[in-house]
Ligand binder design. Structure first.
Ligand SMILES: *Cc1c(COP(=O)(O)O)cnc(C)c1O
Length: 852
C-alpha cells in the first residue's frame, strides 16, 4: 500500500509540427467512415490504438512521444498522411452538386433533432438502430453538402457496455466519458464564453451547455446539463441514454426539444425545415409555437406556420412503443408553459391526445404539429397510417398523410474496405460516387468469381479474428478453461474460414424473436450434425436493462450454445457495438432476421450485410419485403397476423428450417474445385447489385430532400411571407371549416344509369348542404374502380365534380359529373366531399371527409 494522497497529472504528448493536422483529423468524425484515417492512427502505435477503443482524440492524448516523432520522420507515413489530408481537404472543398445548389438557397437549412446519434463506437451517444440511422443521415447530408445541422443530447455515460456471464445473465456496465477525449468542443460565443441556454422544470431553472461535433461538412449540436450550476439531480438529466424513470425521460425530452430550439436561436441559426426523428424530440414544436405567440401571433396561425416546415419520421410500429406521459406529469411540467401559447389546458392536452389512452402521446403531438409524416419502409408506412388512423378519422387509412421513406445505410461506413480495391479495378476509380446508381452496380458481375470469393473469405477470416478475441476475453473472465475454449472455438479458424457462418445480431427485444431458430431443437440438431458441412451461428446483441424478457432471450441462447451437441456451433458474443457490427455484417455468409411481422419497422443491419455480399435470410418484413427479388437471398413469408403467436412461431420456424436444410446449406457447400460455390457467388453478387444502390443513405436522404425538405421550404415561404399572412389565412379557413363541417351533408340527386356501353358517358348529380361554406371550399370527388370480390379493391380512378347552381328550395348546392368510364366490366364507385384549399400541404390534412 502506498502512503499519501495520489494527485493526477496529465502529461500530454507534443504533436510535432509536421503532424499538427492529426488533431484536425481527430476532431472531425470524417474518420468514422474514412478507413485510411483510422489506419493512419493505428500505424503510429497499434496497441494503444486498440486500448483507446479506436478513439483518435484519446489516442493523441496518450500516444508515446517517441512513436510520434518516429512517424513524423517516416517518409512512408508522411506520404500516406499527405494523401489523407488531400482527400480530407477535397472532401470539404468539393463544390455542391449543381443539382443540389439549384434546389436550395443560401438561407435554407435543415435542423434534424434526434435523441441519439451513432457515428462511431468511439463516440458512445447511441444505443442501436435509431441512432445509427440518424448518424448515417448526417453522414450522407455531409457527403452531399446539404445545408444541415443535427441536434441531440450529449450523454455522460451513453449506452452501457454489456458483459454476459456463464449462465447468460447480462450485466450492464456504465462508464463516464471524458468529454475531453470525445470528438467535440464547446460552442463559444463572440466573447469566447460557453454558449448556454436554459429550460424551466418544476420549481427550478436548468442550465444547458451547447457542444458541437463536426461530421464532415455538417455540425451536430449536443446539449449537456452536467454543469456546476445545476443541482446534482439536474446534472444527471443527460447522464444515461434511455435510462432513468419517466421524469428523467420527460426532462431529457424537454432539454432536447425546447432546449434544442433555444440553443439554435442563441447561436443565430435559423432553420427553414425542422425534422423530428422519432417522437422523443417532438417538444420542439411547442417552443417554436411559443416564440411566435410571443411575437403576437395567435395560436392557430402559429400552429400552421410551425407545422408547415416540420417533418416527422416515426420508427415504431406498435402504439405502446410511442413515447407518452400521463396528464399529471404533463400538468406538472407544463403548468407555466402552455399559458404562454395562449391556449387552455384542454387545448394543450388535445395536441397529444389519442382516444382510449389517458396519456399525452408524443407521436400524436408530432403529427398534429407537422405536415410531412413518414414511416421507414413501405410496410411500416402502411402500418403507421393504420395505427395513427384515428387522427384522421373520416379518411380511408391509405389516404392519410403518413407516407414512407425506406431507410438506408451509409455505404462508406459499412462497406468493408476489402471491397474497395476490387471495386476500383472492376467498377472504376469513381465507384464510390455511384452509391445510388442502379445500372452502375450491375458491373459487380464483371468481377471474376474466384476473386469475389476471396474477398468474402478474407472478410470472414477477419471477423473470426475478432470473434476469437472477444470470446476468449469473455471465456476467461467467466473462469473457463483453455481446453473448453478450444472446443468453443473449433469452427472459428481464421486460417480456414470455409464454414457456413450465419449471423444474428441486433437488440434483444422479444418481437425480434432471437430464439425462433430454437423452436424445434431436434430438427435443428439434425440440420447441424453433418460434420462435412458444418454450420456456425453467431449471436450478439444487448437487451435494454429494464427489458427482463429480452434478457431472458440472451440466457436462452447461452444455454443452448452450451448443450454438447451445439457447443462450438452456436456462439453468443457480448457487447455488440458498431465495431462488432461492421465486422459481422461483412464477415458472415448469411444474415438472419426473424422478426414478428409487421413489427420490424425497417431493420438496417440486413442492408449493411447485403452491400457486403452477405445473403439475407429473413422474414418478409420491413426493408426486406422491398429488397427481396427471389434470387438475392431467402425469404420467410410471414403467417397471417390473425393466427396466435405460438402458431406463427411454429410455422415460420418450419420455413426457416426448410430453407436452411434444402437451400442455404446445400447451396453453400456445392463447391467447385476452386473451393467455392458458383451458385452462391452468383447470389452474393446479385445481393450487392440489387440492394446496395437501393438501401443506402444517399438514396434515402435524396428522397427526404425531394419528398419532404424541398416541399416544406416551399410551404414555409408561402405561410411566413408578409408577416404570416398565409398561415393566418389557412388558420382562419380551418376554423371556419371545422365549425361548419358537422352540418355538411351529401346526397344523391336523380337517377344514374346502372348500365352503359363502353365509351358512353355517364352523368351523376349530388346535392351538398354546405352549411354556410362556399362551393369553392370543398371538392366533391368520385372514386371508381373494378368491383372486386376480395376485401381489398384495386386502384381507383378519381373524377372531380363541378359546382352548379344552388337549389333554392333545399338550399343545397348541386354538383355534377359527366364522365366516360375507361374500364369495362362491373365497376364500383364511391362519392365523397372534403374541404379544399390550395394552400394545404396535404389535401386531406384536416382529416375531414363526408362519404355518400
Ligand atoms: C445497424 C445496427 C443496429 C440496427 O440493426 P437492426 O437490424 O435495425 O436491428 C443496431 N446496432 C448496431 C451496432 C448496428 O450497427
Amino acid at each position: 500500500m502506498k502512503k499519501g494522497t495520489p494527485y493526477t497529472l496529465d502529461v500530454r504528448p507534443k504533436i510535432p509540427a509536421r503532424l499538427a493536422r492529426l488533431e484536425e483529423l481527430a476532431n472531425n468524425l470524417w474518420y468514422s467512415w474514412d478507413l485510411p484515417t483510422r489506419d493512419l492512427f493505428s500505424f503510429i502505435q497499434r496497441d494503444l490504438w486498440e486500448d483507446v477503443g479506436q478513439n483518435p482524440k484519446a489516442f493523441l492524448q496518450s500516444v508515446d512521444e517517441h512513436s510520434l516523432i518516429a512517424a513524423s520522420e517516416d517518409p512512408v507515413f508522411l506520404d500516406q498522411f499527405q494523401r489523407i489530408l488531400s482527400a480530407y481537404d477535397s472532401y470539404h472543398a468539393r463544390p455542391v452538386s449543381n443539382d443540389l445548389s439549384a434546389k436550395f438557397t443560401e438561407n435554407d437549412l435543415i435542423a434534424y433533432f434526434c435523441a441519439e446519434f451513432g457515428f462511431h463506437e468511439s463516440f458512445p451517444i447511441y444505443s442501436g438502430g435509431l441512432g445509427i440511422l440518424a448518424g448515417d443521415h448526417c453522414k450522407s447530408a455531409s457527403d452531399m453538402h446539404l445545408p444541415f445541422v443535427g441536434i441531440g443530447l450529449l450523454y455522460r455515460q451513453g449506452y452501457f457496455h454489456q458483459t454476459v456471464d456463464y449462465e447468460g445473465n447480462q450485466h450492464a456496465i456504465y462508464t463516464d466519458s471524458e468529454f475531453d477525449s470525445l470528438p467535440i468542443s464547446p460552442v463559444l460565443d463572440g466573447n469566447g464564453l460557453d454558449v448556454q441556454v436554459s429550460v424551466d422544470l418544476p420549481g427550478r431553472r436548468v442550465a444547458i451547455k451547447v457542444w458541437k461535433a463536426v461530421v464532415g461538412n455538417v455540425m451536430i449540436y449536443l446539449l449537456d446539463t452536467d454543469l456546476d450550476e445545476n443541482s446534482r439531480q439536474d446534472r444527471a438529466i443527460t447522464h444515461h441514454l434511455y435510462g432513468g424513470d419517466r421524469s428523467v425521460r420527460m426532462e431529457q425530452e424537454i432539454v432536447l426539444g425546447i432546449g434544442g430550439v433555444r440553443a439554435l436561436r442563441k447561436m443565430g441559426i435559423q432553420p427553414s425545415v425542422w425534422h423530428i426523428n422519432e417522437g422523443h424530440a417532438a417538444f420542439m414544436v411547442l417552443e417554436r409555437i411559443r416564440i411566435l405567440t410571443e411575437q403576437g401571433i395567435e395560436f392557430p396561425a402559429a400552429l400552421e406556420a410551425v407545422s408547415v416546415n416540420t417533418v416527422f419520421t416515426t420508427h415504431t410500429p406498435v402504439p405502446a412503443g410511442h413515447d407518452h406521459f400521463d396528464y399529471g406529469m404533463m400538468s406538472l411540467y407544463f403548468e407555466n408553459y402552455f399559458p404562454q401559447l395562449n391556449i387552455s389546458r384542454d387545448e394543450f392536452l388535445a395536441l397529444g391526445y389519442v382516444s382510449g389512452t389517458p396519456d399525452f402521446n408524443m407521436t400524436a403531438l408530432a403529427i398534429h404539429c407537422s405536415r410531412f409524416q413518414n414511416g421507414v419502409s413501405q410496410i411500416h408506412g402502411k402500418v403507421s397510417a393504420r395505427i395513427c388512423g384515428e387522427l384522421w378519422q373520416e379518411l380511408d387509412h391509405e389516404d392519410n398523410p403518413i407516407s414512407h421513406i425506406t431507410n438506408g445505410v451509409h455505404m462508406p461506413t459499412f462497406l468493408a474496405k476489402e471491397w474497395s480495391e476490387v471495386f476500383m479495378r472492376y467498377l472504376g476509380w469513381d465507384w464510390s460516387q455511384h452509391a445510388d446508381d442502379f445500372s452502375f452496380w450491375e458491373k459487380v458481375n464483371s468481377i471474376p468469381d474466384h476473386q469475389f470469393w476471396s474477398v468474402r473469405e478474407t472478410l470472414k477470416s477477419r471477423m473470426m479474428q475478432l470473434i476469437r478475441y472477444r470470446v476468449r476475453r469473455q471465456h476467461f473472465r467467466n473462469h473457463g478453461s483453455q481446453a473448453h475454449l478450444d472446443r468453443i472455438l473449433k469452427y472459428v479458424d481464421p486460417a480456414n474460414p470455409n464454414v457456413l457462418t450465419i449471423g444474428f445480431a441486433r437488440r434483444f427485444a422479444t418481437y425480434k424473436r432471437a430464439t425462433l431458430l430454437f423452436e424445434d431443437l431436434e430438427w435443428l440438431r439434425e440440420i447441424m450434425q453433418d460434420s462435412e458441412r458444418p454450420v456456425l451461428f453467431v449471436f450478439a446483441g444487448k437487451a435494454h436493462p429494464a427489458d427482463i424478457p429480452g434478457q431472458d432471450l440472451i440466457r436462452q441462447v447461452t444455454r443452448i450454445s452450451r448443450m454438447p451437441e451445439f457447443e462450438g456451433k452456436i456462439l453468443m458474443l457480448e457487447d455488440y457495438d458498431m465495431r462488432l457490427a461492421r465486422r459481422m455484417v461483412a464477415g458472415v455468409d448469411v444474415w438472419l432476421n426473424t422478426p414478428l411481422y409487421p413489427l420490424e419497422a425497417s431493420g438496417t443491419s440486413g442492408m449493411k450485410a447485403a452491400m457486403n455480399g452477405v445473403l439475407n435470410l429473413s422474414v418478409l418484413d420491413g426493408w426486406w419485403d422491398e429488397g427481396y427479388d427471389g434470387k438475392n437471398g431467402w425469404a420467410i413469408k410471414p403467417v397471417s397476423e390473425d393466427f396466435p403467436n405460438a402458431q406463427r412461431n411454429r410455422e415460420e420456424s418450419q420455413t426457416l428450417y426448410e430453407l436452411l436444410q434444402d437451400r442455404v446449406i446445400p447451396t453453400y457447400y456445392k463447391q467447385n474445385k476452386m473451393g467455392y460455390s458458383p451458385e452462391w457467388v452468383k447470389m452474393s453478387k446479385r445481393s450487392i447489385a440489387t440492394l446496395l444502390p437501393q438501401f443506402n443513405s444517399a438514396r434515402m436522404v435524396g428522397e427526404y430532400i425531394d419528398k419532404t425538405y424541398l416541399p416544406a421550404i416551399k410551404q414555409y415561404y408561402k405561410y411566413w411571407e408578409n408577416n404570416f399572412e398565409g398561415a393566418r389565412r389557412v388558420a382562419h379557413w380551418k376554423t371556419f371549416i371545422r365549425q361548419a363541417w358537422p352540418g355538411v351533408t351529401i346526397r344523391r340527386m336523380g337517377m344514374t344509369k346502372q348500365s352503359v356501353m363502353f365509351k358512353e358517358s355517364v352523368r351523376v348529380e349530388v346535392g351538398v348542404n354546405l352549411n354556410g361554406l362556399n362551393p369553392s371550399d370543398v371538392a366533391v370527388e368520385m372514386l371508381i374502380g373494378q368491383a372486386s370480390q376480395k376485401e381489398k379493391s384495386g386502384p381507383e380512378m378519381s373524377y372531380l365534380f363541378t359546382a352548379r347552381e344552388m337549389n333554392q328550395q333545399t338550399g343545397e348546392h348541386v354538383y355534377m359529373l359527366e364522365f366516360t368510364p375507361e374500364l369495362c366490366g362491373k365497376l364500383e364507385y364511391r362519392i365523397r366531399v372534403h374541404p379544399h384549399h390550395e394552400m394545404l400541404t396535404h389535401r386531406f390534412e384536416l382529416g375531414l371527409m363526408r362519404w355518400l
